[in-house]
Design a protein around this ligand. Structure first.
Ligand SMILES: [Zn+2]
Length: 471
């Protein structure tokens, strides 16, 4: 074993694997990858028993320092204690009545990661199936019940059986997760290289927290951006493999009063969408315009377009808000990126080029992520004519915007505009019910089609307004 630095403790070694597995439980899986990163191994199954001893020692040393830190003299360690408290309340490291003498406290925390007692009755580990005689509850396992919830624990066991490797993984979790003072976010993704990259970033971030506290981190930084980097790079490096890759972020808090869990998912086409945006100048312009709009909504002064032109589209210094929009709430009906684009396109003040770029971005997203290729141009042209020929065009535009959330109401608008075209004999090729169907029926993706339709109409209106002779 080779000492590399305080954190990455082992880089070589031929000892047998310690049996650490990355299971299908997202917290244990993220923790197993954190153990691998802390041990300097390429994957959890390569972690040796000696590595486990060393990683357990790192976890214990950090926990003791955090549990005995004072806010006024050691903010970094104190902030790490807050992270531990949000995951493991009532544990020896976080309990309100824990000893403040490190020499007394340390053996109590070490005991958590001790090898199984000999000759004890064993059961399969909840996560990996290895035999173990140790059972844990909520104070060591985030979002599990207490040891007293006998109706959900295995029969005859006070708690959930957890082997030593998984106990260490579940406490390496805050190193591999995006930790904050009140919650943590874990990535679960089918690409192991993305899991490793997310864990590596967060292990470095954990060190920065312990050194300088949460306030030493970049304000506004979000885990979604780090997850996007990890997934994009993993799919770029996939060689012959599929470029599709979904991802789930599990954000949770495990306190005593109101523990909670929020799950968001990025769709499998997301890496293809990102690659498409990065490779296309117009789409990059659209992405940057969206970022400026989001910064403006927060009341921040957006960076000038010229200043951004040379910057990579996704870098470690920004784009967090836009990255968040690529993750949808589980079982929700929201389409965060399309809705944000809808809001942006409902605003005035865009140049024609910016509006074209935003509309192209919406089309690219629906094409790569949802597979939508519907031609909405005839319906958009009909609506545009109906609006521009009105005495009060803005009132009709308002009417259209209010109808976009509802297929039924959009149908009413389309009937009104078809009647207007027939009566006025406008000469426009009328978009008939066949072309309305994807927008107003009960077909899947009708809502996405309506958001795209609005985007298209907003562009045609701006082209109409900026046509020669009108400005
Ligand atoms: Zn296990």
């Amino acid at each position: 074993m080779q000492q590399k630095d305080d954190w990455v403790v082992a880089t070589t070694g031929t000892a047998a694997s310690a049996g650490l597995k990355a299971s299908h439980h997202p917290f244990q899986r993220a923790g197993a990858w954190a153990v691998a990163v802390l041990a300097g191994r390429a994957a959890p199954h390569l972690v040796t028993t000696a590595d486990l001893d060393t990683v357990a020692d790192v976890i214990v040393t950090d926990a003791v320092a955090a549990a005995t830190a004072r806010e006024d003299t050691d903010l970094g360690r104190y902030d790490w204690w807050k992270a531990l408290f949000s995951l493991y309340p009532n544990s020896p490291a976080t309990h309100g009545r824990r000893p403040q003498d490190a020499a007394v406290l340390r053996p109590r925390i070490e005991q958590l990661f001790a090898p199984d007692p000999p000759r004890s009755k064993s059961r399969p580990c909840t996560f990996c199936g290895a035999d173990t005689a140790v059972a844990w509850g909520k104070s060591g396992l985030p979002l599990f019940g207490t040891e007293r919830t006998l109706n959900v624990t295995p029969p005859g066991v006070r708690g959930w059986p957890v082997c030593r490797a998984c106990r260490i993984a579940m406490w390496a979790l805050p190193y591999g997760a995006w930790a904050s003072a009140g919650d943590a976010t874990v990535l679960d993704c089918e690409r192991e290289t993305a899991m490793a990259a997310f864990a590596r970033h967060n292990v470095d971030r954990a060190r920065r927290i312990m050194d300088g506290g949460f306030r030493s981190l970049r304000p506004g930084a979000r885990p979604e951006l780090v997850a996007l980097f990890a997934i994009r790079d993993a799919t770029h490096d996939s060689g012959e493999g599929s470029p599709l890759c979904g991802a789930t972020l599990w954000r949770f808090r495990n306190d005593n009063q109101e523990p909670w869990l929020k799950v968001t998912r990025a769709r499998r086409g997301m890496p293809v969408f990102l690659a498409t945006v990065e490779a296309n100048a117009r789409l990059r312009e659209g992405w940057r315009a969206l970022c400026r709009h989001l910064a403006g909504e927060r009341g921040e002064k957006p960076a000038a377009n010229e200043e951004e032109a040379d910057r990579p589209l996704f870098d470690a210094e920004g784009g967090d808000d836009a990255a968040r929009l690529l993750f949808e709430v589980e079982y929700g009906l929201n389409r965060p990126l399309l809705l944000a684009l809808h809001d942006a396109l409902s605003a005035d003040g865009w140049t024609l080029g910016e509006r074209e770029a935003l509309v192209d971005l919406a089309h690219a997203y629906t094409r790569e992520v949802f597979g939508l290729e519907t031609d909405l141009e005839p319906v958009a042209a009909l609506l545009t004519q109906w609006i521009t020929q009105a005495q009060r065009p803005r009132e009709r535009l308002k009417q259209l915007r209010e109808a976009i959330p509802s297929g039924y109401r959009l149908g009413q608008v389309l009937v009104a505009c078809t009647t207007h075209s027939l009566l006025g004999r406008t000469g426009l090729r009328l978009a008939g019910p066949d072309q309305w169907a994807p927008l107003i029926g009960n077909l899947p993706r009708a809502a996405e089609h309506r958001l795209l339709l609005h985007a298209r109409v907003s562009l045609l209106l701006q082209r109409h307004d900026s046509a020669p002779g009108r400005s």
